[in-house]
Design a protein around this ligand. Structure first.
Ligand code: CAA
Length: 403
């Protein structure tokens, strides 16, 4: 009977695999303390970068900010931090990577820790039961990486098995969950701490007339961390699953080269974004998701719940049109965009957290706003698209009420 729980790996060895699909066992988020109202951000940005004389550019930036549907963002780069690191605000300095890396080295693991402490509390098991860490960020590159600093801050076992995913961009929230699913299902008893911790320290750019797309980036991105605990074979009355991870897939969009890409330079991340992005995503999303939808008898898109990367309102509008989604279907994603901005890889996982909280608030029958199946889907550099098919659980069975 023992061999029934084993699979044969590529070297022909028998290894223990889990019996159930991976499940999400807890989710928690954290953001830096300073809130920036979107309506006040143009004044802040142009003042702190000494660009108040660029009146037309500031008007354009204000127009973009007004169109983002963002109310506020939490950002670590306050006036105090920027004044202490002036080269970040002034490109003419010709260098700011050192300062940006120093900020990322501290802030990325610290914010991750804040989210992880809350997630472990919700999970209810000791942190020594964590067997694996999957850590994603687009903010900074260090060796050893943020995964090790985070594991030390958390006091995890020194034997914890770590996977570091740097520069994963916004599709990374789904990519970390895909990797965690594989780890949980192929290592019996594994409990995977999945983290996306993001910030604008690498990508913050002073206003520049020659690069209007940078204004879009500056108007959209925010800082935030999210932690998800993933494990298969949930132990009854000990682990309380919130969602099952039924399928995970990824694709890159053909002919999308350089639609979204970043280049790490002496002055930080040189980020490029073309106006084609919303079209490339909406033209290709159904093909990726249909691979999974057929596994569960092709439910109507509107009978599913949706945790989508809130890349920007134009992307969400195009997806709604392409899939003919009812207006309320992307409410969780829009709420995240409104209250936190585009938190890179964290966005879709923030949206998943919103969905289970909204389910609680609306007295829904499942953790997926009364739907059985749903998608978590994110888009990133390439264009790359990454998605998971989820199954919710009945709220009566396992739902964690944090109130
Ligand atoms: N580049 C440069 N300028 C742009 C632009 C772009 N990609 N998109 C819009 N603009 C400018 C317009 O030209 C316009 O300028 P003027 O007022 O001077 O004419 C201004 O922004 C406002 O545009 P619109 O009036 O057309 O307003 P809108 O309803 O389109 O809203 C927007 C603007 C919020 C930027 C919206 O277009 C949007 O959501 N765009 C998508 C943003 C996007 O691509 N997000 C992905 C970020 S990358 C990511 O998330 C993945 C990752 O891995 C990091």
């Amino acid at each position: 009977a023992a061999s029934e729980n084993k699979i044969t790996n590529r070297r022909g060895r028998q290894v223990a695999a889990a019996e159930s699909v991976a499940t999400v066992l807890a989710i928690a988020t954290a953001v830096p303390p300073t809130e920036f109202l979107q309506s006040e951000y143009p004044d802040f940005l142009f003042r702190v970068c000494d660009c108040d004389a660029k009146i037309a550019l500031k008007d354009k930036f204000r127009r973009i900010c007004e169109k983002t549907e963002i109310r506020k963002r939490n950002i670590f780069l306050t006036e105090e931090v920027l004044k202490a690191n002036p080269s970040i605000c002034f490109r003419d300095a010709g260098h700011s990577l050192r300062e940006r890396q120093d900020i990322a080295a501290v802030q990325v693991p610290k914010l991750a820790q804040e989210a992880a402490v809350k997630a472990i509390k919700e999970w209810g098991r000791p942190k020594s039961d964590i067997t694996h860490v999957v850590f994603g960020t687009t903010c900074g590159i260090h060796m050893p990486g943020a995964d090790l600093q985070f594991s030390k801050l958390m006091g995890l076992e020194t034997t914890v098995k770590r996977v570091m995913m740097y520069q994963i961009g916004c599709s990374g929230g789904a990519a970390v969950l895909r990797v965690a699913k594989d780890l949980a299902e192929n290592n019996k008893g594994a409990r995977v701490l999945v983290v996306c911790s993001e910030g604008t320290a690498l990508g913050f750019v002073p206003p520049n007339e020659d690069k209007p797309e940078e204004l879009v980036e500056t108007a959209l991105f925010g800082d935030g961390a999210v932690c998800v605990i993933v494990g298969a074979d949930p132990i009854p009355k000990v682990d309380r699953p919130l969602f099952e991870l039924l399928w995970a897939g990824e694709c890159f969009v053909p002919e999308s080269d350089k639609a979204v890409y970043g280049d790490l330079t002496e002055v930080g991340m040189d980020f490029h974004l073309t106006r084609k992005v919303p079209f490339l995503i909406s033209d290709n999303i159904a093909k990726l998701l249909n691979q999974a939808r057929k596994i569960v008898n092709n439910p109507n898109w509107n009978d599913m719940f949706w945790a989508i990367h809130g890349g920007g309102p134009a992307i969400l509008r195009k997806i709604e049109t392409a899939l003919q989604l009812a207006p309320h279907k992307l409410a969780a994603t829009r709420e995240v965009l409104r209250e936190y901005g585009n938190v890179y890889s964290g966005s879709c996982l923030f949206a998943l957290d919103q969905i289970r909280l909204r389910s609680l608030a609306m007295d829904a029958s499942t953790t997926g706003e009364s739907c059985e199946y749903g998608f978590l889907c994110a888009f990133g550099p390439g264009v790359t698209m990454d998605a998971l098919l989820l199954r919710s659980v009945p709220t009566t069975a396992n739902f964690v009420d944090e109130t």
